[in-house]
Design a protein around this ligand. Structure first.
Ligand SMILES: *[C@@H]1O[C@H](CO)[C@@H](O)[C@H](O)[C@H]1NC(C)=O
Ligand SMILES: *[C@@H]1O[C@H](CO)[C@@H](O)[C@H](O)[C@H]1NC(C)=O
Ligand SMILES: *[C@@H]1O[C@H](CO)[C@@H](O)[C@H](O)[C@H]1NC(C)=O
Ligand SMILES: *[C@@H]1O[C@H](CO)[C@@H](O)[C@H](O)[C@H]1NC(C)=O
Ligand SMILES: *[C@@H]1O[C@H](CO)[C@@H](O)[C@H](O)[C@H]1NC(C)=O
Length: 245
């Protein structure tokens, strides 16, 4: 085999392996932030932190990969930094689970049954928030049930954001092409300023990391939604608040 043929064969194998790995901000190239590094970010005082679908079933699926463990570390670091704010801003978590074992929110032919139908009720550990992500009930963290992609489908999300006079939301979660994309579009259309933390999103196989990169570098910036790094988000926290909640 000539060297170029060997090289292209190796790239083919590499691409096939990558397609089975989660898509993530640094794999294989770093997601570019929409905010230049010399500009400071402030989330203002009326911001809410959205931690989407961080449930055991979904998180366990990526936890054993390098991309997955980096993602878990970054989301946990962000969540802890948010909770260290005084006062703590509004943090909203979503969980996918069904009201009872009949899964009344989906029929057998509901499109979402294909992706969510394996999940159980609130009592199932598969639907609980992954232990690395601390939920502070005392600080007023909210945990919402959802049974579709959009974070606010069938629950009080929009009511809560409106009642708390939130104008800015910061998204983390799993997966980029599911809850992140769906929620970013909807909240953008409802006139919220939307930030997505690139390091805090992840795309499950197949066809990753291309899908992840296309969404974070192509689709979301075009709305425009700001896609930022965790470093920028942490610095942004310091320029924000005191949070009103
Ligand atoms: C966050 O992602 C950016 C690129 O999107 C990368 O440069 C940076 O190293 C990542 N930070 C961490 C802590 O993983
Ligand atoms: C950041 O850098 C760009 C390009 O060098 C420049 O045009 C812009 O004014 C700078 N922004 C700030 C806030 O300094
Ligand atoms: C629930 O699942 C998580 C993640 O897989 C695991 O760490 C934890 O031990 C489980 N809890 C129970 C009560 O089974
Ligand atoms: C949880 O929130 C309460 C009230 O804001 C705060 O006093 C406490 O320190 C928080 N706990 C942690 C572990 O962040
Ligand atoms: C934010 O402020 C805290 C407390 O003053 C500090 O420890 C931390 O380094 C700052 N983080 C950034 C990213 O500026």
């Amino acid at each position: 085999m000539r060297t170029s043929a060997l090289t292209s064969a190796l790239f083919g194998v590499l691409a096939a392996v990558q397609a089975q790995e989660p898509g993530y901000d640094g794999y294989p190239t770093c997601i570019a932030s929409t905010v230049p590094s010399n500009e400071t970010i402030s989330f203002g005082r009326h911001y809410a932190v959205l931690n989407l679908d961080l449930i055991n079933l979904l998180v366990s699926g990526v936890a054993s990969t390098p991309a997955g463990s980096a993602w878990i570390g970054n989301v946990a670091r962000w969540n802890d930094a948010v909770h260290a704010q005084s006062p703590a801003p509004l943090s909203i978590f979503t969980r996918i689970y069904f009201t009872n074992s009949h899964q009344p929110e989906i029929g057998p032919s509901s499109p979402f049954a294909q992706v969510g139908g394996a999940l159980g009720t609130a009592a199932s550990n598969l639907t609980a928030i992954y232990p690395a992500f601390y939920v502070n009930d005392t600080a007023g963290d909210v945990v919402l049930q959802k049974t579709r992609y959009y974070a606010g489908a069938g629950n009080g999300l929009e009511e809560i954001l409106r009642a708390q006079q939130i104008d800015t939301v910061i998204l983390s979660g799993i997966r980029t092409s599911g809850v992140i994309l769906s929620t970013a579009y909807r909240l953008f259309d409802l006139d919220y300023k939307v930030y997505v933390i690139a390091n805090n999103t992840i795309e499950t196989p197949p066809n990753t990391p291309d899908i992840n990169t296309n969404i974070l570098e192509g689709i979301l910036p075009k709305l425009p939604i700001d896609v930022i790094t965790i470093e920028q988000a942490l610095a942004g926290l310091n320029n924000s608040g005191p949070a009103v909640y």
